[in-house]
Design a protein around this ligand. Structure first.
Ligand SMILES: [Zn+2]
Length: 377
């Protein structure tokens, strides 16, 4: 991870570079601030920077052997502590989940904690850092550094540490091992033991500025129109994963909208006695390609578009929020969506949702939806 991978937070990067150059690297840092502002990304970039063999003022070189291992998260002197979930097992430690964690971070270091919880615990329980982790930490710091100038131990969400682990960590921080840097990454620092906080150098992160989020999104997703990027920035609230979530959703919504338009056109063609059987089969084929969650989202989205079309027809435009594309479609199409038709279509979509949620055969459910809807156009 490089400093240049961090979105915004320039003053923090400058402060960390200054710390690195002053040769007075604190043995414990607390990166505190809201979720989604780049604390973990910065921790990884800092760990790489202080160990890079040829870093320049700007950044790590990203080609030396240290950079290679840090950027792939496989350096033997880079350790992670993060919340996990033991389920029925009697004991688990973070290293049991290290491959999942690495894969997760290599995909993106900008994420919401709920995304990690989903992987580690699905929806079954609340992940924490268990008491057994204390021994792991002590073992890791008692081994001599393999090759790094600084062993780095990144503790993600230290506020989720079991009290026994927190007390052990406190003891470690009271007599810090040489050539080791702890970086605590917390969005709820007020829940940490004050004695732990007082032993760390505090680095406070604030929300990411709009211009940095805009530039990041524009570079990473050149396929999006300026208007979509602007809207994502507006809704991001200074959080990078929130902006990403908006774009992802808008991409899916486009696909759902396209499927809805095709569905309605097929129904309309039937009315004009031009049944396009090939296209009907193709439509069912395309919709069952979606994941089960995608199929549900498609139906929910279609219910909203149906309702919006009816409101458009009833001249109640002030009650709806449509994208430009949806509005253009409504202008042409809402004449075919009087109250009775809208009600039938809405009910069929709702019935299809009911069956998909209860694991109905998707091919049958969507074929049935298509033929039921055709009767009402
Ligand atoms: Zn390097």
């Amino acid at each position: 991870m490089l400093f240049s991978d961090i979105v915004g937070q320039k003053h923090i990067v400058n402060r960390l570079k200054y710390l690195a150059s002053s040769e007075k690297i604190p043995h414990a840092l607390l990166f505190a601030g809201p979720e989604g502002v780049g604390k973990l990304t910065t921790a990884l970039a800092f760990a790489q920077y202080i160990n890079c063999n040829n870093h320049i003022d700007e950044d790590s070189c990203n080609i030396c052997s240290q950079c290679h291992k840090f950027s792939h998260l496989i350096h033997p002197d880079l350790h992670f502590v993060f919340p996990v979930y033991k389920g029925n097992k009697t004991s688990v430690v973070c290293d049991d989940f290290i491959q999942d964690w690495r894969d997760f971070l290599l995909n993106s270091t900008y994420f919401r904690s709920s995304e990690w919880y989903q992987i580690v615990a699905e929806e079954k329980g609340q992940p924490i850092i268990y008491a057994d982790e204390a021994l792991e930490i002590i073992q890791k710091i008692s081994v001599k550094n393999y090759e790094a100038k600084f062993k780095v131990i990144i503790i993600y969400q230290p506020e989720r540490m079991h009290v026994a682990t927190a007390n052990k960590l406190l003891k470690v921080l009271e007599e810090p091992p040489a050539a080791t840097v702890f970086i605590l990454v917390s969005s709820q620092p007020e829940q940490l033991l004050p004695t732990i906080v007082s032993r760390c150098q505090l680095i406070k992160f604030s929300l990411v500025d709009d211009i940095s989020i805009r530039d990041y999104l524009t570079n990473r997703f050149p396929q999006y129109a300026e208007q979509e990027i602007r809207q994502a920035v507006l809704l991001s609230n200074g959080s990078v994963p929130q902006a990403l979530q908006f774009l992802e959703k808008s991409e899916n919504n486009k696909q759902y909208f396209d499927l809805y338009v095709r569905l309605v056109r097929l129904c309309y063609e039937i009315k004009r006695k031009k049944p396009k059987v090939d296209e009907q089969i193709k439509w069912v084929h395309d919709v069952v390609q979606l994941s089960k969650e995608g199929q549900k989202d498609f139906l929910i989205n279609s219910m909203r578009i149906t309702r919006d079309n009816f409101l458009h027809h009833a001249q109640l435009k002030s009650m709806i929020h449509q994208t430009k594309e949806e509005e253009e479609f409504s202008q042409k199409f809402s004449q075919f969506m009087p109250y009775q038709t809208a009600l039938f279509v809405y009910n069929y979509l709702s019935t299809a949702l009911y069956h998909i949620e209860r694991n109905g055969n998707d091919r049958i459910v969507f074929t049935d939806l298509l033929y039921q809807m055709m009767k009402h156009f």
